[in-house]
Ligand binder design. Structure first.
Ligand SMILES: Nc1ncnc2c1ncn2[C@@H]1O[C@H](COP(=O)(O)OP(=O)(O)OP(=O)(O)O)[C@@H](O)[C@H]1O
Length: 268
């Protein structure tokens, strides 16, 4: 049960005057239950990587395998890949086009031939903490945070094993961010595999994720969170990563081998 990227490269506009290399020889193995952060500067290749994972883009070199299914193998039904992987795009709510919340929620599952019972719909509303009477509302009349939650349900409701969040906290207030974090925890507890593309490493530190750091389409770091934050500070800075005060303290405690203190700081 894994997603594997094997030596994956991708260039936009290949063999045209507008060629732009976006990813170069990326290797990554995402296993069931993992939580991965994909981080890096604007333009480092995060969205391209996500698009390759669910077959929106196909690698020109290398291979992407989702539970053994190669996205570029013509015999593989790409719908089978997409059903396993839900992507909550940045500002996913901007893609709403149906008149009620209920219809928006049902669109994804219907697309995969899945019928949801009222009980299941209620389950997903509870999971993101939205009241049942929202089902009849016009999605465009909700607050930004509520819209984001509806967008998330529309992905969760076809029950993908892997859930990708592209900048999930952008534009949200403190409370809504907290509810997104607790939702991600719930999804982890349900055994989902989570991939988050973000600029905001500090916000996700409590998850102790695995980290892939990209710079100009190349892998600069891949591994455990604690090793990631102990990388050379200048290298991190050059790749757009700035540790906040809490992470600086956490890092100091780790460096001094004070694991208990590090844990306390982490839980602050
Ligand atoms: N459709 C496209 N055509 C040409 N070049 C593109 C296209 N999409 C992305 N690129 C280029 O590919 C590189 C990687 O872009 P990508 O969107 O994957 O980066 P990103 O890390 O997701 O950025 P951001 O954090 O701003 O979303 C960038 O240099 C970008 O300009």
């Amino acid at each position: 049960m894994s997603i594997k990227l094997e030596n994956v490269s991708y260039t936009y506009g290949l063999n045209t005057p507008f060629e732009k290399e976006a990813l170069f020889e990326i290797n990554l193995e995402i296993n069931k239950g993992d939580i991965w952060l994909i981080v890096g500067h604007t333009g480092s290749g995060k969205t391209t990587l996500i698009s390759l994972i669910n077959g929106l883009l196909l690698p020109q070199k290398g291979d992407v395998k989702v539970e053994g299914m190669s996205t570029k193998n013509r015999k593989v039904n790409i719908k089978d890949v997409r059903k396993k992987i839900g992507i909550v795009f940045q500002y996913a709510e901007s893609q709403f086009f149906l008149p009620t919340v209920k219809e928006e929620i049902l669109f994804g599952p219907n697309n995969f031939g899945i019928e949801l019972t009222d009980e299941q719909i209620k389950y997903y509303l509870d999971l993101v903490n939205l009241p049942i009477d929202y089902l009849d509302k016009n999605p465009f009349e909700l607050s930004g945070g509520e819209m984001r939650k509806v967008a998330i349900i529309s992905i969760l409701s076809y029950n993908p094993d892997y859930i990708i969040f592209d900048e999930p906290t952008v534009g949200l207030d403190f409370n809504t961010k907290q509810s997104i974090f607790s939702l991600i925890r719930n999804l982890q507890d349900l055994g989902k595999t989570i991939i988050v593309s973000t600029h905001w490493i500090n916000e996700f530190s409590n998850f102790k994720p695995k980290v892939l750091l990209l710079k100009e389409g190349r892998e600069l770091f891949k591994g455990e969170f604690d090793d990631f934050i102990q990388m050379d500070e200048q290298l991190l800075f050059d790749a757009g990563i700035i540790l906040d005060e809490k992470l600086q303290l956490y890092k100091c405690a780790l460096k001094k081998g004070q694991k208990e203190l590090a844990e306390k700081i982490s839980n602050l």
